[in-house]
Design a protein around this ligand. Structure first.
Ligand code: KG4
Ligand code: ZN
Length: 369
């Protein structure tokens, strides 16, 4: 029997995202970006985000249904990001989701945004009408799902989180370590801001880094003696600020210096992630490694992670399109497809109102809080 259609919504930060999924298959994936609105602030401005979500959410929902060639009558459930994220932004998505779920008389599921990023590798494209294969790309095996004997390790690298998460089964998440201060994407954005790269700076740094020498500036490797799997990027940020001040005190930075600096800083951030990943893999065994979050779009990060995994004979699984790395609602739909089966087998029915959970930890899902 085909899986039911789920309409999913994510308004956790600065993208108004609405998607339709059928199980793992992404039928439509609409992302109305607010990046241009936030550029003048050099980051996401919550009240501006809230207003833009209000304006975009109904048209984005209509577009997601239209692109899926469906109507509301085809939708079996609505899923919405309940947290973590910016409280005013989350509120818009939750209120809208509650309204349409009540109108359409379907269940409403509250989803954790981080679980969405973590499971984004499981999303598969909609099969083309002519193709007989239903999911994975040619020559690509479907992901090996975690089992308690062979867990999966998720590496989550976004603008708000940088975490290593062990997954013994889908729905159970154990954080092994993570950044104790800025997230990796946040550090890239902050250093990019010092260099006037605009917001978000991660993709600009990636582009400039391709043309620079990654060993030109010898950034330190932080947290080597911490004895845990945690990361810290604030020292790298301070080192970057001091270096930029020294250089720009002497002269206006040359193009070569900007490219070399971008390559060196990017290398420092990724080296730190790979260093701790290596430590984890020396002590624990995993089936596969899954990469998710906005920074997962970075080709150099993927390359460095693959090099780190090679001696352990492990595969790095990445989302099938870069659109699934940044914030999107298809990943929320994929998580919901797991929860809907459970929900329906538990008796189903319509759902109680949802609260925003701006600081919702992924680990708390395992304990049901
Ligand atoms: O997952 P995401 O869209 O939002 C959060 O939930 O945080 O991640 C956004 C982050 C930003 O910090 C952005 O600079 C970074 O992802 N990012 C990148 C790239 N594309 C986006 N960082 C490095 N290289 C990229 N290509
Ligand atoms: Zn995100």
């Amino acid at each position: 029997m085909p899986q039911p259609y789920i309409l999913a919504i994510d308004t956790s930060c600065d993208e108004t995202a609405v998607a339709v999924v059928q199980g793992h298959q992404v039928i439509s994936n609409v992302v109305a970006s607010q990046v241009e609105l936030h550029k003048p602030y050099g980051g996401v401005f919550p009240t501006v985000a809230k207003q833009a979500h209000r304006e975009n959410i109904a048209p984005a929902t209509a577009a997601a249904l239209r692109r899926a060639h469906l109507t509301s009558a085809d939708i079996a459930a609505v899923a919405v990001t309940q947290g973590p994220g910016l409280a005013p932004a989350l509120e818009v998505g939750i209120e809208f989701a509650q309204k349409i779920a009540a109108e359409w008389q379907v269940p409403l599921l509250g989803i954790n945004h981080l679980e969405g990023h973590v499971l984004s590798v499981l999303a598969t494209p909609k099969p083309r009408p002519s193709s007989k294969s239903t999911s994975a790309r040619p020559h690509e095996l479907p992901p090996a799902l975690p089992t308690p004997e062979k867990p999966v390790l998720a590496v989550m690298v976004s603008g708000r989180h940088t975490e290593f998460i062990a997954i013994p089964t889908i729905g159970t998440y154990h954080k092994l370590g993570g950044s104790v201060d800025d997230a990796a994407g946040e550090a890239l954005d902050k250093v990019g801001r010092m260099l006037d790269f605009g917001y978000p700076a991660g993709p600009v740094i990636e582009e400039f880094a391709r043309r620079g020498n990654p060993t030109a500036y010898p950034f330190p490797l932080p947290m080597t003696t911490s004895g845990d799997y945690n990361l810290s990027f604030s020292g790298l940020k301070t080192y970057a600020r001091n270096k930029i001040e020294t250089l720009s005190g002497e002269h206006r930075l040359t193009k070569t210096e900007v490219f070399d600096f971008s390559a060196s800083f990017q290398r420092a951030v990724f080296r730190s992630i790979c260093y701790k990943l290596n430590k984890i893999l020396q002590h624990q065994q995993f089936n596969e490694v899954w990469l998710g979050g906005g920074v997962a779009a970075n080709a150099e990060l993927r390359h460095q992670l693959r090099l780190t995994l090679k001696p352990f004979n492990l595969k790095l699984r990445v989302p099938y399109t870069k659109k699934l790395c940044g914030d999107n609602a298809a990943m929320i739909g994929v998580v919901a497809s797991y929860q809907l089966n459970q929900f329906l087998s538990g008796g189903g029915g319509l759902s109680a109102p949802l609260d925003r959970k701006p600081r919702w930890e992924l680990e708390s899902l395992s304990s049901g809080t």
